[in-house]
Design a protein around this ligand. Structure first.
Ligand SMILES: *Cc1c(COP(=O)(O)O)cnc(C)c1O
Length: 421
C-alpha cells in the first residue's frame, strides 16, 4: 500500500506556508530507504547504489543521498553537470549511454565516471571521445521475454537498450584490444517490479553471463550492475518490496556463482528510493457535474504526467478526511485542454469541497521530473519536509518569465520582459 507515514498536518502545514500545487518530499523517508538498501547489501564488500538522477533531479535530494553513501546514475550532459555541482566525483558517477551526442562521453570521462555502453557502436565513439578506460560497463539485452516462475515480467526483445550476447562477446574482445582490463555488466529487464524475486533472478543472469564472458575474453569481471526497476506499491492492495529479502536473494545467487567473491554489485534504483517519499499537494478548485462528477485541481498533468502517459494509478487522499467514507465517485482532473489530464478516473473518494487539500501519493520519483509546459502551464515548487520538522523550498515554482526565457529575442519577447542577450 502507498506510504502513509506523514500526517495530514504535515501537508496542511506546508500548504499554509507555500502556495499549491507543490511536490513535498520527506527527508527522513529518503534517508531510511538509502540505509535499508545499504544494509540489505552490506554482505557484499563493494556495494554501491547509483541513484537514477532522472527520477528526482534536485541537488538537495542528491546531496542527502550522497551523505548516505550513494552515487548517481546520469544519462545526459545536464545530469552530469548536476552531479558534478553536487560534488559527485569519479567512480561515484555512472554514465548510462543511449542515443546521446558523442561529446557526452567526453564529459563523463573528464569527470572520471564509469561509462555504461548501450551498444557495440559506442566502443568506437568512446575511443574517440574520452578514450577507453581500464574498466568499462556494458548493457546486456537477453532478448525475448523475461520470466520469473512462468510469469512474463518484461519484454527485453522489444526494448531499445543493450547489446545482444554475441555483441558482448565481440565488443568485450575489442575493448580488451583497446586497453580495457575489467568490465561491468548491466541489465534492466523489468520496470516497477514489486516482486521480491526480480533482483535475484536478474542477478543470476548477470553473474552467470559475466563469469562466462570473463572466461571467454580474458577480461576481469569487476561488477554486476542490477540497475533500477524495483517497484513501489502505488495501489492499496499491493505489497511493499522487502529489500532485506531481496538482498538475501541476491546473496544466494552470488554465493552460488562466486563462492570466492571478488565481484562488486551496483544498483541504480530511482523509484524505490524516493518514489514513496514524495506527494503532489494540490487544492480542489472546481466541481463539475455532467455525465460524470468531476473535481478540478490547481495541479495538472504538467506537474505529474504518469496517469496521463501510462494510465498509472496514484493514490489520492483528502486532508482531514482520511477516515471519512469513500462514498463519492469522481474523475479528478487538471486544467489542460487535453482529456487525458486526469489524476484519477471513477475513483471512490470522500466528498471533496472546493478548497480541500488533495494529496496525490507516490510522486517522489518520475513525478516532477517528467513535468512539461503544455498549455503554458508551469512547473511547481518542490518542498522538503526536513528531519527536524521544518519545511524548506528546494526549488521555486516556475514563473512566466522562465517560460518565455527561451524565446527569440524579438519585440514580443521584450514586451514579455525577456532580457535581450
Ligand atoms: C530509469 C533508469 C533507472 C531507474 O529506474 P527506476 O525504475 O526508477 O528504478 C536506472 N538505470 C537506468 C539506466 C535507467 O534508465
Amino acid at each position: 500500500m502507498p506510504n502513509f507515514s506523514l500526517s495530514d498536518e504535515v501537508f496542511e502545514g506546508a500548504a499554509a506556508k507555500y502556495p499549491t500545487p507543490f511536490h513535498l518530499y520527506d527527508e527522513h523517508g529518503i534517508r531510511e530507504n538509502a540505509r535499508a538498501l545499504n544494509k540489505a547489501f552490506s554482505w557484499c564488500q563493494d556495494f554501491q547504489e547509483y541513484f537514477a538522477v532522472k527520477a528526482l533531479p534536485n541537488p538537495t535530494i542528491l546531496r542527502i543521498l550522497k551523505e548516505e553513501g550513494c552515487g548517481v546514475d546520469c544519462s545526459s550532459d545536464t545530469e552530469l553537470t548536476l552531479a558534478d555541482a553536487c560534488g559527485f566525483r569519479g567512480r561515484n558517477i555512472m554514465f548510462s549511454a543511449n542515443a546521446m551526442p558523442d561529446e557526452e562521453f567526453d564529459h563523463a570521462r573528464a569527470l572520471g565516471a564509469y561509462v555504461n555502453l548501450d551498444d557495440i557502436t559506442h566502443i568506437d565513439i568512446l575511443e574517440k571521445h574520452g578514450g577507453i578506460p581500464e574498466c568499462v560497463c556494458c548493457r546486456y539485452n537477453p532478448g525475448g521475454d523475461f520470466q520469473i516462475s512462468g510469469t512474463i515480467m518484461g519484454n527485453p526483445g522489444e526494448a531499445k537498450y543493450g547489446f545482444t550476447y554475441p555483441q558482448l562477446q565481440e565488443g568485450l574482445k575489442r575493448l580488451k584490444a583497446l586497453g580495457a582490463k575489467r568490465f561491468g555488466l548491466h541489465a534492466f529487464l523489468s520496470s516497477n517490479t514489486i516482486d521480491n524475486a526480480y533482483y535475484p533472478a536478474l542477478a543470476k543472469i548477470l553473474f552467470t553471463c559475466g563469469k562466462k564472458l570473463a572466461a571467454e575474453t580474458g577480461l576481469t569481471f569487476a561488477f554486476a550492475n542490477l540497475s533500477g526497476g524495483v517497484g513501489i506499491p502505488y495501489r492499496p492492495e499491493q505489497k511493499k518490496t522487502d529489500i532485506a529479502l531481496v538482498g538475501e536473494g541476491v546473496r544466494k545467487a552470488y554465493e552460488e556463482v562466486f563462492p570466492e567473491g571478488g565481484v562488486a554489485i551496483k544498483t541504480e534504483l530511482g523509484r524505490w528510493m524516493t518514489g514513496p517519499n514524495g506527494w503532489l499537494v494540490a487544492r480542489a478548485t472546481h466541481h463539475k457535474d455532467t455525465y460524470k462528477h468531476y473535481v478540478g485541481l490547481d495541479a495538472c498533468a504538467a506537474n505529474l504526467m504518469r496517469p496521463a502517459m501510462y494510465g498509472a494509478y496514484h493514490h489520492i487522499t483528502v486532508c482531514g478526511k482520511r477516515n471519512a467514507p469513500c462514498d463519492h465517485v469522481y474523475d479528478v482532473t487538471g486544467s489542460l485542454c487535453e482529456n487525458n489530464d486526469k489524476f484519477a478516473i471513477d475513483r471512490a473518494l470522500p466528498e471533496i469541497k472546493d478548497g480541500d487539500l488533495v494529496v496525490i501519493h507516490d510522486t517522489g520519483a518520475h513525478g516532477f521530473s517528467m513535468g512539461y509546459n503544455y498549455n503554458g502551464r508551469l512547473r511547481s515548487a518542490e518542498i522538503l519536509y526536513c528531519e527536524d520538522g521544518t519545511y524548506r523550498m528546494i526549488r521555486r515554482a516556475e514563473t512566466p518569465q522562465d517560460y518565455f526565457a527561451t524565446l527569440d529575442m524579438d519585440e514580443a519577447a521584450e514586451k514579455l520582459g525577456v532580457k535581450r542577450g
